[in-house]
Design a protein around this ligand. Structure first.
Ligand code: PHE
Ligand code: FE
Length: 287
């Protein structure tokens, strides 16, 4: 998940912060944790995740025998879209992250959460990074979107608009929903890697679900500590890519003068898919 405040790395990084995955040193307990998480989550994906995600999950065969070996995953992934997964010690600085994406490398944590913390994630681990993010990278359109995002991130840093661009990542790559003829489907990695949010994002009456609009998304803050209060729905991956190919220079100029929306707001111009009750968010505030 991004963004988080990068913690100091445990291992002194090289220039690009990559480390050896060290697949041989995963313990039997760590492999078990992967399998438990995988099986639980895989069962939830049918009828909830979008087709590109389901296809990617199948073709990558991510439950081959516990924690996936990046070398094996990369054979298939590179063949499909030219992307590769590289291991990093944890969160890496923004410019390093963007450079990886712009070169079709997805940086993934090598560590996995503890067996007694299956639903708890302080920092993205290998399950979030690989189960959550990598299946979508097998889709050619999404693969191009992520690469473009990396280049766009480098530019947004220079222009001092990263806080706006980060919202696009959050509401698409991490928490995006897609409208399909069969109904709403999830594609965001933060949702697909969380059993609870998988159900919440699609079925709970609390959050707003609004049609994706680039400028609206960039004016909407997000929460990193709980389920989202608003999800943005794209009609297709092609339309997401098309909406982001335009030069963001003028948009950033407008955003510099625009006000943010309150997170739970439904604005007059919003195209509402479902208007939320915000009951969940309110109950959490009261608690
Ligand atoms: N088009 C964007 C720009 O001009 C770059 C970008 C592409 C950002 C795709 C995000 C996703 O900055
Ligand atoms: Fe993530």
């Amino acid at each position: 998940m991004r963004p988080w405040t990068p913690a100091p790395a445990a291992i002194p990084p090289g220039g690009d912060w990559t480390i050896d995955q060290g697949w041989d040193s995963y313990t039997p307990a760590e492999h078990r944790t992967w399998t438990t998480l995988f099986e639980r989550q895989r069962g939830l994906m049918e009828g909830r995740a979008c087709d590109p995600f389901l296809r990617g999950l199948d073709v990558l065969d991510l439950n081959h025998g516990g924690v996936p070996d990046f070398a094996r995953v990369n054979e298939e992934l590179a063949r499909l879209t030219g992307w590769r997964v590289v291991a990093v010690p944890g969160l890496v600085p923004d410019e390093v992250f963007f450079d990886h994406l712009a070169n079709r490398r997805f940086p993934a944590g090598r560590f996995i959460r503890k067996e007694d913390e299956l639903d708890y994630l302080e920092e993205p681990d290998i399950f979030h990074d690989v189960f959550g993010h990598v299946p979508m990278l097998t889709d050619p359109v999404f693969a191009d979107y992520m690469q473009a995002y990396g280049a766009g991130g480098q530019r947004a840093s220079r222009l001092r608009h990263l806080h706006h661009l980060a919202r696009l990542y959050w509401y698409t790559v991490e928490f995006g929903l897609m409208a399909t003829p069969a109904g709403l489907r999830i594609y965001g990695a933060g949702i697909v890697s969380s059993a609870a949010e998988t159900v919440f994002a699609l079925d709970d009456p609390s959050p707003n679900r609004l049609a994706f609009d680039l400028e609206r998304v960039m004016r909407t803050p997000y929460r990193i500590d709980d389920f989202q209060q608003v999800y943005f729905v794209i009609p297709s991956l092609e339309s997401l890519l098309a909406a982001t190919l335009q030069d963001f220079g003028a948009l950033y100029g407008r955003l510099a003068r625009a006000r943010d929306f309150a997170i739970e707001t439904v604005a007059p111009d919003d195209q509402v898919i479902t208007r939320g009750t915000q009951a969940y968010a309110r109950s959490r505030r009261a608690a």
